[in-house]
Design a protein around this ligand. Structure first.
Ligand SMILES: [Zn+2]
Length: 447
């Protein structure tokens, strides 16, 4: 056989393969050239970078010397700008107006989409909606995931578990699964599994003894049943003892921070680190007890006005006038210090805002949480990693989200200022790319 034959055969096969598919958007190449790349891994920023996107994936990312720029690519000049992965918020509640009043009737498909658009507007390209989603939420999640809906990526835990009468049923009623027995808990985990939830939520909090707390035997049943389906269980917590119990029984992650003690045993912290259990301290939710009273100017933030209905902002102003600043509870300092202790011990810290709950405004409060993590003592670079790579770790999607590396989905923020100098620069967004497409930020319907 002539030596050239195999190559000819391969060439012919390739022609046949190409003949069957016309060029589509998924083949499009884009190159962002000259930005400082902060890729989400925590490694040193790469100045004068090139990032090549093919379809919805990152094909190459590195310094200009190492990454060739394809001739056919749409070229975007990133000189003087900063490129980071899209942000991930691990703790949101979709389908609310975000105001002083919670109304189940607000939970519509349209509102959920508007909430997701709002996160996207703020550069949050992925959210985990954790504990309050019903039918409409699953419909939106499925539409987004199958490519029928272009908005922030949505992960959902469906409806979460609490004790009968436990937190947060005083706010959301029977949207929380108020479960009294292990048998009932198992049955309801099976139901969540059939809904293909991305996580399961348990509220483990008696609000300083004021509410019933879910029983240990019920939690054990939830964790054991969830393990059968390989569904990660993420828990709202407040005390060290509860975290220890939940770690022992296989919980995958935590929302809020240990608030009842600062006596965190180094061996326990090492265990959390080794198990790579992500904490999303959600500091901002507590701070909302006084944030706007202390800083009323925040209510005039142009992006807040853009993203929240004027009537809601008026209602929030009235609510705040009736709830004057009472001083910062000492517990908040405990949360900040424990967050720092955990970060120093190598426990993965993620970003959660609780956006959508009460006056916790979607997107804007995600950014406030980033500032509070810096206040707790994390460096801006640590906070960027928390908001990107660690988010993907918590979602079990490190293979496709969270960093700017070859093979990952192209969720990117091009910024006008350096976020490693000041995390508030993560709001100075020039352009957003989601799944390889530039987002029409001004065209997003937010409310
Ligand atoms: Zn929450």
């Amino acid at each position: 056989m002539p030596r050239s034959t195999p190559a000819l055969v391969a060439g012919a096969a390739l022609l046949v393969a190409l003949a069957g598919c016309k060029p589509t958007e998924s083949n499009e190449l884009k190159a962002i050239i000259g930005a400082v790349l902060i890729n989400g891994t925590g490694g040193p920023p790469i100045s004068d970078s090139v990032v090549v996107v093919a379809g919805n994936r990152i094909r190459a990312a590195g310094s200009r010397a190492d990454v060739p720029i394809p001739q056919a690519a749409e070229k975007v000049n990133g000189a003087g700008k900063f490129l980071v992965p899209g942000l991930i918020d691990l703790h949101v509640h979709l389908g609310t107006l975000a105001g002083p009043e919670y109304k189940p009737a607000d939970y519509t498909r349209e509102r959920i989409e508007e909430n997701l658009n709002t996160y996207l507007y703020f550069g949050v390209t992925t959210v985990r909606s954790i504990g309050t989603d019903r039918e409409a939420g699953f419909a939106v999640r499925n539409a987004e995931r199958s490519g029928k809906l272009f908005t922030a990526r949505m992960f959902t835990a469906g409806r979460g578990f609490t004790a009968p009468g436990g937190h947060p049923s005083q706010e959301v009623g029977d949207i929380a699964r108020q479960v009294a027995t292990p048998e009932e808990a198992r049955r309801q985990v099976d139901e969540l599994a059939s809904q293909q939830v991305d996580a399961i939520k348990i509220w483990v909090d008696d609000l300083h003894g004021k509410q019933p707390k879910i029983k240990p035997a019920v939690m054990e049943a939830i964790l054991e049943e969830a393990r059968k389906f390989n569904i990660p269980v993420t828990c709202h917590i407040a005390t060290l003892e509860d975290v220890q119990f939940l770690v022992k029984n296989g919980a995958a992650g935590f929302l809020h921070m240990i608030s009842d003690t600062e006596n965190l045993d180094p061996d326990f912290l090492a265990e959390l680190r080794n198990l790579q259990l992500v904490f999303a301290p959600t500091l901002v939710r507590k701070e909302l007890g006084w944030l706007f009273q202390q800083h009323p100017e925040l209510l005039s933030d142009p992006d807040l006005k853009r993203s929240v209905d004027g009537d809601i902002l008026s209602a929030v102003r009235s609510y705040l006038a009736a709830h004057p600043f009472q001083g910062v509870p000492p517990e908040f300092q405990t949360d900040l210090r424990n967050t720092r202790r955990m970060a120093d011990a190598g426990v993965p810290i993620g970003v959660g805002s609780d956006g959508g709950s009460a006056i916790d405004f979607p997107g804007l409060m995600t950014h406030r949480e980033l500032e509070l993590l810096v206040e707790a003592g994390l460096s801006p670079m640590q906070v960027i990693v928390a908001a990107t790579r660690t988010g993907a770790l918590a979602l079990r999607r490190l293979d496709e989200l969270g960093t700017v590396e070859p093979g990952k989905r192209a969720d990117l923020l091009l910024l006008d200022a350096n976020p490693t100098e000041d995390v508030r620069n993560l709001r100075k967004i020039d352009r957003i790319m989601l799944d390889g497409e530039w987002v029409d930020r001004d065209g997003l319907k937010l409310h």
